[in-house]
Design a protein around this ligand. Structure first.
Ligand code: TMP
Length: 211
């Protein structure tokens, strides 16, 4: 059995990742792939419980180091119980966020200790790296306005961290993409949903050809 692809979607708030994750899932399924769509923090009952603690409430409730630890606990469970078994069974896994979110939200923008982040990443991912990471790039003013307009959930703890934090997120994700162009593709998320989808799909097709 061939191992399946592992695709992650990353970026700041309101960049349209979740919509595109669904569209990619539908397109891949329509072309005969077995797809698991999942998200972080989350993807398992334990991870979803940690997600509730992380994404709602007072923006200052957790330090960046504590956030990194909670995300790592959710990720380790997710990788071991969901992602690795699916890839081993030849399924394509699409995760709405993964390790780069911790590097950027907690590390680059949040100021967490980078040696802690490195150690947690090693333990949580079990050495698993995405085959492709789509980095959704958008001006933070636009993304935050979109996220606010959506405003249907109480998952706004990070949205409320203020514009300078969100400007750092954009910079951090672009730095990661530039440092690892083999794995990462920057997607211009300011375009229409159809155009954004075409950008994503052509990257996914390339990744499938690479195998
Ligand atoms: P979202 O997936 O709906 O964007 O919500 C998840 C939130 O959690 C988002 O604000 C980013 C944040 N987050 C982190 O801060 N670190 C992480 O490692 C992950 C996976 C998410």
């Amino acid at each position: 059995m061939t191992r399946g692809l592992f695709i992650t979607l990353e970026g700041g708030e309101g960049t349209g990742k979740s919509t595109q994750a669904l569209r990619l899932t539908d397109r891949l399924k329509a072309s005969g792939h077995d797809v698991v769509l999942t998200r972080e923090p989350g993807g398992t009952p334990q991870g979803e419980a940690l997600r509730n603690l992380l994404v709602s409430g007072d923006p200052g409730a957790w330090s960046a180091n504590a956030e990194a630890m909670l995300n790592a606990a959710a990720r380790e469970t997710h990788v071991r119980q969901v992602i690795m078994p699916a890839i081993a069974a030849g399924k394509t896994v699409i995760s709405d966020r993964f390790m780069d979110s911790t590097r950027v939200y907690q590390g680059f923008a949040g100021g967490a200790d980078m040696s802690l982040i490195d150690a947690l990443e090693r333990a949580a991912t079990h050495g698993l790296l995405p085959s492709l990471t789509l980095v959704f790039d958008l001006a933070p003013e636009v993304g935050l306005a979109r996220a606010k307009a959506r405003g249907t959930t109480n998952e706004d703890r990070f949205e409320r961290k203020g514009l300078p934090f969100h400007a750092q997120l954009r910079k951090g994700f672009l730095l990661i993409a530039r440092a690892d162009p083999q794995r990462c593709a920057v997607i211009d998320a300011s375009q229409s949903p159809d155009d954004v989808f075409s950008q994503c799909w052509s990257r996914v097709e390339e990744a499938m050809q690479r195998g």
